[in-house]
Design a protein around this ligand. Structure first.
Ligand code: AMP
Length: 214
């Protein structure tokens, strides 16, 4: 089963993808994570994308399509979760072609709906575990007082460089200008399922499970 998690920054795509990886043996393909890895390890490509990412703008289609193409060559286990990809119509067309070449198809596109005010408050209070990716929130789920992650015990708390109000404004504008039309694109193909991303995390998990099992 191959699925896309579609939604604005802070919608909960990463959190839900992690849950699916643990429970359905799927593979999470997050272009954001791949780009951050390239940036942190200082590759040529990482240097090119660093400034674009810090501003909250989109990296070129060519770069992200290249990253996805490479990952599709690897093990697919229970299927791929595309997280943060595609973000433009060109990327969506490229994904369709890449899957078709491999005799694969998309099974569902889960569109996570969350109000802008909630996105802003979630993102500006967000931190993640640098080892396992567990997501924390300063107000609703603070980093444990004993200093280590609840999931993996590491003390490595991380804040994303682009989780600032200014970068977030650009990220949201990019989302509404270039990505949100993908809802129409996938609706027309009959693949779109709306998920209430404002619900509690466990309820979102249940809604996604029901959509995938339908
Ligand atoms: P994310 O972790 O998905 O929020 O992505 C973080 C940043 O990486 C974005 O703000 C973009 O700069 C870049 N990025 C991630 N995925 C894509 C994509 N599919 N297309 C273009 N840029 C991307």
């Amino acid at each position: 089963m191959n699925i896309i998690l579609l939604g604005p920054p802070g919608a909960g795509k990463g959190t839900q993808a992690r849950h699916l990886v643990e429970n359905r043996d799927m593979i999470q393909l997050s272009t954001g994570d791949m780009l951050r890895e390239a940036k942190d390890s200082g590759t040529e490509m990482g240097k090119v994308v660093a400034d674009v990412m810090a501003r909250g703008a989109l990296v070129t289609d060519e770069i992200v399509i290249g990253l996805i193409r490479e990952k599709l060559e690897g093990d697919k286990k229970g299927g791929f979760i595309f997280d943060g990809f595609p973000r433009t119509l060109e990327q969506a067309d490229a994904l369709a072609a890449l899957l078709e070449e491999r005799g694969e198809k998309l099974d569902a596109v889960l569109a996570m709906a969350v109000k802008d005010e909630a996105l802003i408050s979630r993102i500006t209070a967000r931190s993640t575990c640098g080892t396992c990716g567990e997501v924390y929130n300063d107000h609703t789920k603070p980093w444990p007082a004993d200093g280590s992650c609840v999931s993996c015990d590491t003390p490595e708390v991380k804040r994303r460089a682009d989780d600032t109000e200014e970068a977030l404004r650009t990220r949201l504008t990019e989302y509404y200008k270039k990505t949100s039309m993908l809802m129409g694109y996938y609706y027309a193909k009959g693949d779109l399922v709306w998920i209430d991303g404002m619900a509690e995390m466990e309820d979102v998990q249940a809604e996604i499970a029901a959509a995938l099992d339908a």
